[in-house]
Design a protein around this ligand. Structure first.
Ligand code: MV4
Length: 459
């Protein structure tokens, strides 16, 4: 995939919150002008204040504002932006949006529409990776079109198995099946859930791994044939597919295992000719077997962990790649040293885990050595109920994991957010937990902290 070099002078930011601000900071440093979009309730938001220009694209409802493709394209035309940065969520992995941008001669900051489409089909992504020689979880070779085929595949790979939606990600349309007599119900309910969530009910089957770790490799590929990896992030501490804590390096990887997985991540990225920032996600089982799970074709929430660890700027690299410039460093420039951890602060009730919108009446951000805070919140700001409840990311660096944990602890202890409820108490419980401190994390780790809130998959 080659794209013509383009001098990017102005970027329209098709997002809100902390990631919109993060994109603005990168543009400032690159000397690129910024245009914000916003919905009616976001008119006083910081991303609107700090952008050079702003355009209202609609009312509160995302489908009428931050997902409103015609209005967003019009905003780019009106402001004369030559590129659009989608951030994460919203339109970041919508192949139609990427395609429309290019057709309107506006550069989409991300990979090609075709690549987004390919990796959005989870079964096709599996197939491509498998053909490239990347290990994938044992499972179906193709979509499982009927109960009969599902039964055959499940018998071959052996129970437990997991049914997943081809259009999935994020856990919707997923079912764990322990034995053949559960297959019929699971197949039908997964199919209808997938259909109502994604408008596409196709399913595939994999061997179910118990308590795997979620380990993802950050990739950067430019249009000059350079593909590098920036190490891994372990994102096992999550609940209902919402990540809570991410860290790099993963305490589970020896240098040797890291090298083996990194080689596979690079192989996968090169096989699809990846350009832009992206992530290749693996599941690591208790015997250190690793399997490709999915590829994310966007900049992720937790990119900050890698930035903090390696002292690089992923947003600037992503933007430069989109402009057709080569990467500003190579694999051999990167040295893994120390440890970085991120705590995601959500506006939610720690008891019920329900969203907790409202006005922030007091706000103190942690400061001091090795602490970075990405947030668009401030004292007096309104956390609206319409969007993602993420209000801040507290990211720390330490010379080793122990120092990073200590730093995160003292940072969280000086983080004051009043007026709304947050998950800060849950974070403190996790980072004081002996198993967490030993690095013994997995994707069901949080279950023990959430009595009465068992993972939906296990329920
Ligand atoms: C799995 C799995 C076990 N075995 N696949 C959850 C979301 C989606 N991205 C993939 N997921 C899983 N796939 C097999 N074959 C367990 C999970 C899983 C999980 C994965 C990553 C992070 C958190 C998770 C929580 C529960 C289940």
């Amino acid at each position: 995939m080659t794209r013509k070099p383009l001098k990017i002078k102005k970027i329209l930011i098709a997002n809100r919150g902390e990631i919109a601000l993060r994109i603005i900071w990168a543009c400032r440093e690159l000397g690129i002008k910024t245009a914000a979009i916003y919905s009616e309730p976001d008119k006083d938001a910081l991303h609107v204040r700090f952008a050079d220009e702003e355009v209202c694209v609609g009312p509160a409802k995302s489908s009428e504002s931050y997902l409103n493709i015609p209005n967003i394209i019009s905003a780019a035309e009106i402001t004369g932006a030559d590129a659009i940065h989608p951030g994460y969520g919203f339109l970041a992995e919508n192949p139609d949006f990427a395609e429309i941008c290019e057709q309107c001669d506006i550069r989409f900051i991300g990979p090609s529409a075709q690549l987004i489409l390919q990796m959005g089909d989870k079964q096709q992504a599996r197939k491509i990776m498998k053909e490239a020689g990347v290990p994938v979880t044992p499972g179906s070779e193709d979509i499982v079109g009927s109960l009969d085929i599902a039964r055959k595949v499940a018998r071959k790979i052996g129970y437990p198995v997991i049914l997943k939606a081809v259009a999935g990600g994020g856990g919707k349309g997923m079912r764990i099946i322990n034995s053949e007599n559960e297959l019929l119900d699971a197949f039908e309910s997964a199919q209808s859930e997938a259909k109502s969530s994604f408008g596409e009910g196709s399913l595939y089957i994999e061997k179910y791994l118990r308590n795997p770790r979620h380990i993802e490799f950050q990739i950067l590929g430019d249009t000059h044939g350079n593909t590098i990896h920036l190490g891994e992030r372990e994102c096992s501490i999550q609940r209902r597919y919402q990540k809570l804590i991410e860290e790099s390096p993963s305490p589970a990887l020896s240098p040797r295992l890291r090298k083996r997985i990194a080689e596979m991540a690079l192989r996968g990225a090169q096989a699809v000719g990846y350009h832009s920032a992206g992530t290749i996600e693996f599941l690591l089982d208790q015997d250190n077997n690793f399997y490709f799970n999915e590829m994310n074709t966007r900049i992720q929430v937790e990119h900050t962990v890698t930035e903090m660890l390696l002292r690089i700027d992923l947003l600037k690299e992503q933007i430069k790649i989109a402009a057709g410039e080569p990467l500003s460093f190579s694999q051999s420039n990167l040295q893994l040293r120390g440890s970085s951890i991120e705590a995601r602060i959500y506006a939610e009730d720690p008891e019920t885990m329900n969203p907790s919108p409202g006005i922030i009446t007091a706000f103190n951000i942690p400061k001091g050595p090795g602490v970075r805070v990405d947030t668009a919140a401030h004292e007096g700001c309104w956390i609206s109920p319409y969007y993602d409840p993420l209000i801040a990311k507290i990211v720390v660096y330490g010379n080793n994991r122990q120092e990073a944990i200590q730093r995160l602890k003292r940072a969280l202890e000086s983080l004051i957010i009043e007026g709304i409820k947050t998950n800060i108490p849950l974070h403190l419980k996790v980072i004081n937990d002996p198993a967490f401190i030993r690095g013994e994390t997995h994707t069901h780790f949080l279950d023990k902290f959430l009595p009465g809130h068992t993972n939906r998959l296990l329920a």
